[in-house]
Design a protein around this ligand. Structure first.
Ligand SMILES: *Cc1c(COP(=O)(O)O)cnc(C)c1O
Length: 451
């Protein structure tokens, strides 16, 4: 191991010894596992090189920026929504120095961090009151914890869902101390089903937007207004977890209609919850909007402090909401720029990227919004397809992933495809360089021997 560690230190000058030793140990362990599975042992130089790469990664920053060429706009594994330039600057300014986060510049006294954000949330959503937390999971949990601890909440069987990453509605309800009462059937639930399920113990009706799956066929779910009337008659809270929650209408862009936050409020929900980094296009956050008398007790719960957003989130969210206030979200918020981009624009950009590289060609593609919105819905798009002998698609995809700026594509019909709709225009130059390095005239004519 010492020999390998020394070789790593020679290959990566400046790497601290303990990082080199650890990288050597892990690399040797990986070789041992490979050998025990019947693979051939790697050559010592290869082990040292892999170790040097590992050591450099340990010392580098993370998460690393990647180019999302998957065609999935809000990609949970790739960090969801990219921020606008303005939001990015606001985050940097807030994080890189002091700010009036909890300071009142007019009086010189203590201020409230939520003042920076709540007015803007109210303004863009039309809600009476708002609360911003770390993420929507916290928003849903805290809303239930504040209002339904020890009581019963009605949830339709078809909405008792899992979003992913451990967010399951029945589990969140249980953790909050609320009791779940299932209503209706998996595919059909009517207002009368809710009405019949109400008992003295019932405190709320909760609706959950089926973000990441679609039901087709013999289905029925109640009209939002009728359900709101029932809730009002019986003195129940109506909580609507929209998940993504949109401020702009996705149907303008040939997609189905993702529920609008303002509409959910107008239809009579007392509380509406949504994420900051899905269709809103801002930083990770969870937003609760609704009636003042219903939001206030949530803000007073001790856990509201544990779930409160930091200054970077507040700065980024406020700047993002500012785009909506100024009516410029389509032009400024990357998620919406990607949704709205015309295929002709994508084609112009793609043509400039592939110019002069014979192994690349353009093909029609289908992009998706992703991130728990509009499952099954697609946007027409354009992809760069990599063609060429001696390169199977898996191998090419991997080489793109380990490029200095990793490029994440997808494999379709045994070809690597890079969807242009999700590539940020500011990354076009890097993508072009990466592709030229990989498939340009030089390496394209004769494949390097990978020995
Ligand atoms: C995504 C989602 C959540 C969780 O939101 P996070 O911001 O990821 O915590 C909750 N409910 C629904 C319906 C969702 O789509």
């Amino acid at each position: 191991m010492d020999v390998v560690a020394q070789a790593i230190e020679r290959l990566a000058p400046g790497v601290p010894t303990r990082v080199a030793v650890r990288a050597a140990r892990e690399e040797i362990e990986a070789v041992r596992r490979a050998v025990s599975r019947g693979r051939e042992a790697a050559a010592p130089e290869a082990i040292a090189e892999a170790g040097a790469l590992r050591a450099r990664l340990v010392l580098g920053d993370a998460p690393r920026p990647v180019i999302n060429a998957t065609g999935v706009i809000i990609h949970t594994n790739l960090g969801r929504a990219p921020l606008s330039d303005r939001a990015l600057n606001a985050v940097q300014a807030a994080a890189g120095g002091y700010s009036d986060l909890e300071y009142d510049l007019a009086t010189g006294g203590r201020g409230s961090r939520s003042n920076h954000i709540l007015d803007v949330v109210r303004e863009v959503t039309g809600a009476e009151a708002a609360l911003v937390l770390n993420n929507n999971a916290a928003a849903v949990f805290l809303a239930l914890e504040a209002h339904a601890r020890g009581r019963e909440v009605l949830v339709a069987r078809g909405e008792s869902i899992e979003i992913g990453g451990g967010f399951r509605i029945p589990d969140i309800l249980q953790a909050s101390g609320a009791r779940l009462r299932d209503v209706g059937t998996t595919n059909r639930t009517r207002v009368e089903d809710y009405a019949r399920a109400v008992t003295d113990e019932t405190v709320a009706i909760m609706r959950v937007h089926p973000s990441n799956f679609a039901q087709v066929g013999f289905t029925e779910s109640p009209d939002a207004r009728e359900l709101a009337s029932l809730a009002r008659e019986r003195g129940l809270l109506l909580i609507n977890d929209l998940g993504s929650g949109a401020l702009l209408d996705t149907s303008t862009y040939g997609l189905a209609r993702e529920p609008l936050i303002g509409e959910a409020l107008e239809a009579g929900a007392d509380l509406v919850t949504f994420s900051g980094d899905k269709l809103l296009g801002g930083p990770q956050a969870g937003v609760i909007v609704g009636l003042a008398e219903v939001v206030a007790p949530i803000a007073r719960r001790p856990l509201a402090r544990a779930f409160r957003p930091d200054k970077m989130t507040i700065a980024g969210l406020r700047a993002t909401l500012g785009h909506y206030l100024r009516g410029e979200a389509i032009d400024q918020v990357p998620v919406w720029q990607m949704i709205a981009a015309g295929t002709d624009t994508l084609q112009d950009r793609a043509e400039r990227i592939i110019q002069g590289t014979s192994r690349l060609r353009l093909v029609e593609s289908l992009a998706a919004v992703g991130g728990g919105s509009l499952p099954g819905q697609t946007l027409p798009s354009l992809a760069i397809e990599i063609d060429g002998p001696g390169n199977d698609a898996e191998d090419l995809a991997q080489r793109l992933r380990i490029a200095p700026r990793p490029v994440i594509g997808r494999i379709q019909a045994d070809r690597v495809r890079l969807d242009m709709r999700t590539v940020l225009p500011r990354d076009d130059g890097v993508l072009r360089e990466t592709l030229q390095e990989l498939c340009g005239p030089r390496s394209g004519q004769s494949e390097p021997d990978e020995g």
